[in-house]
Design a protein around this ligand. Structure first.
Ligand SMILES: [Zn+2]
Length: 86
């Protein structure tokens, strides 16, 4: 826990990248012209953004469930189905 209060320079750089979305994720690299395309390297279903990684990427659903305490994919499918009237 104390390590979180005094991150190393590389850890601090990664945290700031996540906060500002200036990270190594393809959504950002594509936006600044470093790469072409931003399709998620883990699932290929959406743009590889921070939100996608944390909230929507099916490749990380077990991790999302463990840290957020709910099955995000199930919650999302239920929300979409209810929005579509199913
Ligand atoms: Zn993905």
């Amino acid at each position: 826990m104390l390590e979180m209060l005094r991150p190393s320079k590389p850890e601090l750089s990664r945290m700031m990248g996540a906060v500002t979305e200036h990270s190594q994720l393809l959504a950002y690299l594509n936006r600044i012209g470093v790469v072409k395309g931003d399709e998620c390297r883990a699932c290929g279903e959406d743009s590889e953004s921070l939100e996608h990684y944390f909230c929507h990427c099916p490749a990380f659903s077990q991790i999302q469930s463990r840290y957020f305490g709910i099955d995000i994919l199930l919650a999302r499918r239920t929300y979409v189905a209810s929005a579509e009237g199913n």
